[in-house]
Design a protein around this ligand. Structure first.
Ligand code: C2E
Ligand code: MG
Ligand code: MG
Length: 390
């Protein structure tokens, strides 16, 4: 990451020092000032990220934004402010409307890891972009990877929030390219969807996850298994039938399998999608609406489809200990799900405070780095043994 540069402007010198230290540690080349009037002197088109305080004496963040806009700057911006989140949201909206790129917003005081997450998101995006520019794996490489099984699954434990007991696992797909290394999920899932390979990819993922589940069952480990399914698959009217056949052939309990879906603009035919969801539910599978609160998942969809669980998106959960709005969204989502008779699962539990608040809010289940990162199938048993005794 050493060729990336970052400029931080904040009249509170404590914050410029804090931000600079974190960015340097992440190998950014850092420029910083606590005097906003020096901004023009320090700015250059080579700067990748600008971390900007919104409220400063003499000149404020919004004025600096205008200057960036006039320069047609490519830099990605991170806003900081001690005022409430609405101000940050408004600034973000304004910047985006002017064609600038906003990488994230930070409400003061924030933790080192909040900034680290934003900066590593940039690094990941650059990584994904570099994939596209130079060595991006092609559609035929993806096809080969599916055939050769270079695509594999990792499993993230889910726990009961009040007892902390493990309840289930979410299967998440990974691709290790033999020469190009780990390919980001955010790159190859859309690629598979566009290239018509998503059905093969999902079939591969479902087969692997269910076979693994059968193996665990034989070893006395009876856990729920959640599998992500692209909405594109839910165009195949035979999907529920095929899934039942596979489940029966492996002797699995259908009620222990959850299909996670998101609504998407890619969805070709809503009526058909609802038909398939309803039949999956009738056959006994559990259905989860994933990433609730973002993008395309709507209240209308929530009441129309027979979901048995609601997964609150990690973007809210991760910040709910320091951000009032995020906490409100999580709280309302839990109330809503319970009113509709659904189970709620929070994703993105990264620390004990978050876990504690979720407990107070009566959230049913959760997953996140506090409990465990997604792991290989072979790592699960040792992890459970250690976790149960800790
Ligand atoms: P998702 O289903 O919402 O999965 C949760 C994502 O959050 C996973 O990212 C997981 O690694 C991450 N995560 C879990 N706990 C934490 C935490 O505490 N902090 C943070 N920062 N992140 C956490 P991942 O594996 O990169 O997957 C991204 C998305 O890719 C998934 O979101 C899902 O939509 C899609 N995906 C993954 N596997 C499959 C698959 O087999 N088929 C399909 N169609 N989509 C998949
Ligand atoms: Mg999911
Ligand atoms: Mg999710």
């Amino acid at each position: 990451m050493s060729d990336l540069s970052l400029l931080v402007v904040d009249d509170e010198i404590d914050f410029t020092v804090f931000v600079s230290a974190i960015a340097s540690e992440m190998n950014f080349t850092v420029l910083s000032t606590d005097n906003p009037l020096e901004f023009e002197k320090l700015y250059s088109p080579h700067i990748n990220i600008i971390v900007l305080d919104l409220f400063m004496p003499h000149i404020d963040g919004i004025e600096l934004l205008r200057s960036l806009y006039e320069k047609k700057s490519d830099a990605s911006i991170v806003f900081m402010s001690g005022k409430d989140n609405n101000v940050l949201q408004a600034a973000q909206k304004l910047a985006v409307e002017q064609g600038l790129t906003v990488l994230g917003i930070l409400q003061k005081p924030f933790r080192a890891e909040d900034l680290q997450n934003i900066l590593s998101k940039y690094a990941q995006k650059t990584h994904a972009r570099n994939f596209e520019l130079i060595g991006s794996p092609s559609v035929s490489e993806l096809r080969q990877a599916i055939d050769r099984e270079d695509l594999f699954l990792v499993y993230q434990p889910q726990i009961n929030i009040s007892t902390r007991r493990i309840t289930g696992l979410e299967a998440l797909i990974r691709w290790n390219h033999p020469t190009k290394g780990r390919v980001p999920v955010s790159y190859f899932i859309p690629l598979a969807e566009e290239a018509g390979l998503i059905s093969d990819l999902t079939t591969h993922a479902i087969n692997t996850a269910l076979k693994q589940m059968a193996l665990w069952n034989e070893n006395g480990l009876n856990l729920q298994m959640s599998i992500n399914v692209s909405p594109k698959i839910l165009d195949d009217l035979d999907f529920p039938g095929k899934l039942v056949k596979l489940t029966r052939s492996l002797n699995l309990d259908i009620t222990k399998i959850t299909i996670e879906v998101t609504e998407s603009s890619l969805m070709p035919d809503v009526a058909r999608y609802m038909d398939i969801l309803a039949r999956l539910r009738m056959k006994g599978f559990r259905l989860a609406i994933d990433d609730f609160g973002t993008g395309y998942s709507t209240l209308q969809q929530l009441v129309r489809a027979p979901f048995s669980e609601l997964k609150i998106d990690q973007s809210f959960v991760k910040r709910m200990d320091i951000d009032k709005e995020c906490r409100s969204i999580v709280e309302i989502s839990i109330l809503l799900a319970h009113k509709l008779g659904m189970k709620v699962i929070a994703e993105g539990i990264e620390n004990e405070d978050i876990h504690h608040i979720l407990q107070e809010l009566n959230c049913d289940e959760g997953q996140g780095f506090l409990i465990a990162k997604p792991m290989l199938a072979s790592e699960l048993k040792p992890w459970i043994e250690k976790y149960s005794f800790s």
